[in-house]
Design a protein around this ligand. Structure first.
Ligand code: NI
Length: 174
């Protein structure tokens, strides 16, 4: 397993098209392992292929348990698609490993259904899930469409953020 470099916003790699995965082999399993390793190293709960310069439709997610520990809810989603979203639009604070040190409130649908393939190519789905998993699924699948959560912020906020990231390499300090 290898910890990979996380691509930082506004790098164009995050905007490139992401390929549908058709080969389900050991290399794909290694990629998923690298993604988990990279995600845990950076204390994340989700990571999408383009964030490590793998422009492919792959996402890993691991929602922490109530005590904050991870490892029990690992899921790899290959070629995931949102098939429905409904309920209220809920605002919550998000962060992203590609936008280090920055958090802000954005709106997401309350519930989603997602279909995807597992590492063996078998069709799987999440039906009407809510809570943090629903938010995370929407956030990560957005990455596969070249979208980053900060795209939903005002232009002024985005410009200030980009300036900070350019100056400091991190948005955590002023
Ligand atoms: Ni993200």
């Amino acid at each position: 397993m290898t910890i990979r470099t996380v691509i930082v916003y506004p790098d164009e790699i995050l905007r490139k098209p992401n390929k549908t995965i058709t080969v389900f082999d050991d290399k794909l399993k290694e990629l998923a392992d690298d993604m988990f390793e990279t995600m845990y190293e950076n204390e994340g709960i989700g990571l999408a292929g383009p964030q490590i310069a793998e422009n492919k439709k792959i996402v890993v997610i691991d929602i922490p348990d109530d005590d904050g520990s991870q490892g029990n809810n690992k899921v790899v989603l290959i070629n995931p698609e949102i098939v429905s979203k409904d309920g209220e639009l809920i605002e919550s604070e998000e962060g992203c490993l590609s936008v280090p040190g920055y958090k802000d409130k954005v709106q997401r649908y309350e519930r989603v259904s997602v279909k995807y393939q597992d590492l063996d190519g078998k069709e799987q789905h999440f039906d009407n899930v809510d809570g943090l998993l629903a938010i995370c699924l929407q956030h990560e699948i957005d990455h596969l469409h070249g979208k980053v959560f900060v795209d939903m912020l005002s232009r002024l906020k985005r410009e200030r953020l980009i300036n900070k990231l350019k100056k400091h390499g991190t948005a955590s300090e002023d």
